[in-house]
Design a protein around this ligand. Structure first.
Ligand code: SF4
Ligand code: SF4
Length: 77
């Protein structure tokens, strides 16, 4: 399976949860901490390295918070 990762501009996140629902690998969660806008922001749980770099999170996020990378680590979305 393709390996990937995402970087998240957490200050863009409003904690709507759309990406958490959409991620097929269930690797996105809401952080306990607040971002600069006062929202619990999304974070990537990388413990098991299950992100495939599919890009679905980037497609559904209304606030364009994601940058997606796929192996070999190149920007994908
Ligand atoms: S790229 Fe795909 S697997 Fe990785 S966090 Fe986004 S939706 Fe989940
Ligand atoms: S879809 Fe975007 S704004 Fe909504 S929780 Fe995910 S990163 Fe935050």
């Amino acid at each position: 399976m393709t390996k990937g990762t995402v970087s998240i501009q957490t200050d863009r996140c409003k904690g709507c949860g759309l990406c958490i629902q959409a991620c097929p690998q269930h690797v996105l969660t809401l952080a306990d901490t607040l971002n600069a806008r006062g929202y619990h922001h999304v974070q990537l749980d990388e413990r098991d390295g299950h992100c495939t770099g599919c890009g679905i999170c980037a497609i559904v996020c209304p606030d364009v918070a994601f940058t997606v990378y796929r192996e070999p680590l190149r920007r994908a979305a």
